[in-house]
Ligand binder design. Sequence first.
Ligand code: NAP
Length: 443
Amino acid sequence: MNNIVLIGMPGSGKTTVGRSLARVMRMHFVDADEKLEADTGRKISGIFASDGEDAFRDLESKVLAECAQMQNTVISTGGGAVLREENMKCLAQNGRIVWLNRAVSDLFSTNLTNRPLIAQDKNRIYQLFEQREPLYRKYAEITIRNRGSIPFIITRLLNILPKHLHLAVIGDPIAHTRSPQIHVAMAAESGLDLYYEACHVTREGLPEFLNKVHHDGIQGFNITIPHKSAIIPYLTTIDEYAASCGAVNTVVVKNGAMHGYNTDGDGIIGALSRMGTDVKGKKVILLGAGGAALSICRKCSMMGAEQIAVLCRSPYKAQPMQYVGAKRDEAVIVDEMTPQIMAEYARSADIVINATPLGMSGIGKDFTDFTFLDALKPGAVVCDIVYKPAQTTLLAECQKREIRHCNGLPMLVYQAIYAYEHFTGLTVDKETMYDIVLQAIEA
Ligand code: NAP
């Protein structure tokens, strides 16, 4: 159920309510009568006068059938739309029918001169009401009394209608994604009606997907490889942290504008806090210098880490870690990822984060030397952002040495929770939501 269809007498407030409701619910709006006039290039009064009511009803049925195909749209119908059962059947297939029921005496307070069936004799409205009232009653799923206050009607509708949300995740590959499962679980907890699509979008397919966003009324989407940087030129605004990472994993769409965020950093901070630690004043070893490592490095720096030693196999690629714009980040050191150098930094480190794919299922490459773990001081923690398998070789080695550790699942879940807050504008209880998401994943 994608649309909201407003029915009711001429002057019952369908257009005014429809426009406001669409704005508040971030939906599109269409007035079927206005569309008919735009499509035909003729005034409805003219069609009635020259072609008669039957010809008008034929055109109206065609326009309503087109409106029924729209997505995420509030549709304001003409007062006589209910006269043909076929109209209501097709509108109901993809929409919830709401009757704005206004007292006949109040209808006179609106301008009825442009309504062809009433213009000559205003009292005909009583006859029309008698004829149509049983039909409105028959087709309405929801009835709202319009006593004159638009904000009151909108509030009532917002309370009654499920808050419909259409989200997506894009990437190539995408089959592995857990985002639909995670977001559907969160939406169910918040009482939102969510439709979440996983879309396989290749590098070249990004512009086409963005057309779909606007056409289908997608209100937000998550982004994974290879689009995290490629999306940036298309955004209307980008959050400061995401801009400093040069990567976006969450886009919120509002009134046609696209706003980009990156929640990976909040994800790692959430994961560490679950282990009872934070990065402020701490020495961090960050293994790897790819996209995830850059987001983590920036966040650790923003959160006041004393030192972030980025250890990687290609230090020449790690320059973005050390500079934010033209400014050097004093907390960041880049070095080689050899067993000796890892052990050297491990002696004073509080936190080790693996942001390479080493140990990940299907990669076929893994850590071979764990002597750096022996060099860690008591109380140091290890976080592997790989979550498949749940226990990587690195984490198994931590377990043997009784080093506190976690895999990449908490980061994955927290980044999704922060993305969900951007999408919905809600502030959720992170710990409750975490448990709910985890249950959904395990199920
Ligand atoms: P990426 O941009 O491809 O970066 C991978 C990094 O690992 C690069 O620095 C790469 O070095 C290095 N690397 C690759 N193979 C290596 C090897 N055999 N030895 C040493 N270094 C190696 O990938 P990413 O997006 O940052 O993702 C990294 C990992 O994090 C992936 O496993 C991904 O699934 C995981 N991840 C998890 C989360 C989560 O929420 N838990 C979020 C994002 C990513 P070169 O540049 O020299 O190739």
